[in-house]
Design a protein around this ligand. Sequence first.
Ligand SMILES: NC(=O)C1=CN([C@@H]2O[C@H](COP(=O)(O)OP(=O)(O)OC[C@H]3O[C@@H](n4cnc5c(N)ncnc54)[C@H](O)[C@@H]3O)[C@@H](O)[C@H]2O)C=CC1
Ligand SMILES: O=C(O)CCC(=O)C(=O)O
Length: 547
Amino acid sequence: MTSVAYRVLVTDKLSEEGLALLRAEKDVEVVVDSKLAKDPKALKEALKDADGIAIRSGTQLTAEVLEGQTRLKAIVRAGVGVDNIDVPAATRQGIVVMNTPGGNTISTAEQTMALMLALSRNTARADASLKAGKWDRNSLTGVQLEGKTLGVVGLGRVGLAVAQRALGFEMKVLGYDPLLSAEKAQEHGVEFVHKLDDLWPQCDYITLHTPLTPETRHVVSAAAIASMRPTVRIINCARGGLIDDAALLEALNAGKVAGAAIDVFDPEPPPADDPIIAHPKTVVTPHLGASTEEAQVNVAVEAARLLCDYLIRGQVRFSVNTPTLDRAEMQDLRGHLDLAWRLGLLHAQMDRGAITKAVLTYRGDAALKNTKLLTACFAAGLMEASLAQSVNLVNALPFARERGLIIEEKIVDAPGDFGTLIQAEVTTDRKTYVAAGTLFGKEFLRLVRLGSFQLDAHFDGPLLTFTHNDRPGLIGFLGTTLGDRGVNIAQMNVGRERPGGEAIGVVNLDGIPTQDDLDAVAKHPDILSVRLIKLPAQGELPSWLGS
Ligand SMILES: NC(=O)C1=CN([C@@H]2O[C@H](COP(=O)(O)OP(=O)(O)OC[C@H]3O[C@@H](n4cnc5c(N)ncnc54)[C@H](O)[C@@H]3O)[C@@H](O)[C@H]2O)C=CC1
Ligand SMILES: O=C(O)CCC(=O)C(=O)O
C-alpha cells in the first residue's frame, strides 16, 4: 500500500475542477464524504486522520468537533462566511482557517438583484399562479426599481457589487459600513449614511451584506422595522440571523413591510413549517447566492489551491486567523523564520525558570521583514517543547498571551555590525538571558551572541555550550575527551570578554553526546557549566513552514 503525505476530507459539494486539482497532487489523498456533514461524531472521528478539510456552508466545525484534532492543520471554506467554523477553537489548535473571498461575489450580487426583481414583479407568485392554470394579471402588478432608493447594509465585496448593479437600474443607492469612508462610498456612487437609524426610513429596498457577528445579529430588529417605510422590501442574501424573523413576520402580517426575499436562514435548513417561507409576501431560495457554475468552479479551485499551498508549501493566503504568507514572501522570509524559530528553541533549552517576558529586537534587514511572523515563529520555538499540543504560526502568539507571557518587538532601523540581526532577550523569574543570530546569504545561520559573549557559531544540529575560564589546554582537553568517547566535533567557536577571563565555547557536534560524555567534560576544573542544546540540522524547518 502506498502512503501519501496529506489526507484531505471534502464534506460538502465541491466542483469537479477543485477536486481534480486536489487529486492531481501526488502527495494528497482526497476523501469525499458528504454524509459526514450531517454526522458530527463521525466527522470528528474522520478528522483524526485528516490533514485538511474543505467545506462549504453545510458542515459545522464546532469546538467539540475540533477538540483534540492533533493531525488537522488546515480548514478551507470554499466561500466567504466562516460562521460554520469555530475559528477561535481552530486557532487554539493551531489550525489555519482560510476562505475564498471574491470567487462568489458576482453570483451573490446577481442573486440579490434577481430576488429584488422577483419581489418587485411578483415573479414567484405569477409563476405558481400560471402553472396552476390561472391567467391573473391584475393582482400581480408590480413596482419598478428605477427611481427607488436602495439601502445597502455592508459595503464589502458583495454590497458594492450590488450597489453597482442597482445604479445600472437607475436606483438611488445609500449605504452604511463601519469600515468604509464616505469618500470611498461616494467613489462607488453610494451616498454614505453615518448610522443605520438614518438609513432605515429613507429606503424602498434594504439589502443586507454583512457577516453574522454579535453586533449584526438582528440588525433588522423590531425597532429598525418600525422606522422603515411600510412599502419597504427587504432582501437578505448574507446570513440568516441578521433579521429578527419574529419581528419581520409580524410586520409582513401587519402590512408594515411590503415584502422580503430571503436566501439564508438560521438554522439551515430551516424547519419545514417556517412561517417566513410560507408567507405570501416572501420569495425564498435555499441559500443559492453562490450556487452558479462559475462561482462554484471559482471557489473550489481556489480552495484546492489554498489547501495544497499550505499543506505542501507552508504558504498562507486568505486566512482569517493568521497572517498571509505567500510564495514570494515565504521564499524571502525563510531564513529569518528559521533563525527566529531556532532562537526560540535555544532559549527553551537554557537553564531557566518560568518565562515571563521576551523582547525581540530586529535590526537591519530583519527590521524590514514581517516581524509579526518572525515573532510568532520565535514564540512557537520557545513553547513547542513545553506544550502538550503543537504550536505553530497560527496559535503561538495567542498561546503566549493566554499564558501571560509578554512578547515585545523592537525595530531598530539603523544597521549594526551585521546586515541583519535578530536578538531575543528572555526574562524568567530567575534571570534575563540574551541570544542573537544573523544570516549569511539567504540560509546560513549564525549564532552571534550568547549572554554577554560575542560569537560566530553555526546555528544547527546539537550544540554543546560550555562556560569556562580562558586557560591554555582547555580546548585540547575538550577535543580529546569527546574524541575518546566517539563524539565528533564539526565546528567550534569561542567567545570571551578578555584573554584569561570568563569565556563561552560553542561546539557543533555530529552526534548527540550522552549524559556521561557531558559529565566527563564538566569534570575539568576550569569548565564552569556545560549544556547541550538540540537544534535541527541546517535548513530543517518545522513542518508547518512547509517543505
Ligand atoms: N448567500 C450566499 O450564498 C452568500 C452569502 N455571502 C455572505 O455575504 C456576506 C458579505 O460577503 P462579502 O461581501 O464577500 O464580505 P466582505 O467581508 O467583503 O463584506 C462584509 C462587509 O460588512 C461590513 N460590516 C461588518 N459589520 C457591519 C455592520 N455592523 N454594519 C454594516 N456593515 C458591516 C464589513 O465592514 C464589510 O465591509 C457574508 O456574510 C457572506 O458570508 C457571501 C457569498 C455567498
Ligand atoms: O457555499 C455556499 O454555497 C454558500 C456560500 C456562502 O454563503 C458564503 O460564501 O458565505
